[in-house]
Design a protein around this ligand. Sequence first.
Ligand SMILES: [Ca+2]
Ligand SMILES: [Ca+2]
Length: 287
Amino acid sequence: MPTDCRTLFRTAFLLIAIVGVVKSAYSQSNDAAIVDQFFNGTGQADFLVAAYTNGSSAVVRVLRRQGTSATLVAEPALPLMGGIIPEVSLVDLDGDSRPEIVVHYSAATGGYSAWIFKWTGTALTVFGPTEMDDGDVTTVLHDVGFRDVTGDGIPEILNPPEHKASDLTTTVYQLVGGAYTQISTKIYESRSFIRRTGTPQTETITFDLVDPTMSYVMLIRNGDDAGADRASSVQITLNGNEVAGTSQFNQQVQVFRLPITVSDSNTLSVRFAGQPQSQIWLAIVTE
Ligand SMILES: [Ca+2]
Ligand SMILES: [Ca+2]
């Protein structure tokens, strides 16, 4: 059996055991869901992180594996964390090769809240941007995504509006000096485009802007989040005018910006040639 498969089976067995441990440790009733994953970056899968909710309040726990069981080693006190259906994912947000922990909760209203944590070795600390609400820490993040929009290799946090509305934008947080700071970039529209196999196709999307008189920029990221699969032959047109062509795309440039002129209603087309799987992400932003 390949090593990956063995690891997967061991993980599955362990998770079944851990779910029981965490459930029995969590005394409140009406539990909604639990998600666990390995999360340490030391090569030894001794730690797990579990997000757990009873439908209103929620906890995040770090557990240390001991045989087929586990013991609780950390649980930050966050009385304002809550929601339904937790999801845990692991993303290295500061480039130290150890993953940070992202916990999403969906809300009964249909929105999301997201919390980002860092494991210090002994404690789980809130790492993502927060605000104070009546003396308690709460997250400002919703259904977040992560993308390096500055081109320095460190992902930014993309925080979409809590509710969909055409005049609301995705805000961007950048890690500066170990803490997240909201930067001036606001994202109005964003999409990934991937070169499929076969004859080059033109992909077209439309988007509306409430105030087209502002100064907009098209921010283009070449390649995937790891910088792989960069495109070398792309033509981008906006409202019938070419805004970027093959000459702007090369294998060295990861992120570039082009000033654009927009209307209330806009039509954006992207046509790839060249290597299948090559991809770009582009965003309509103000800065
Ligand atoms: Ca990290
Ligand atoms: Ca960055």
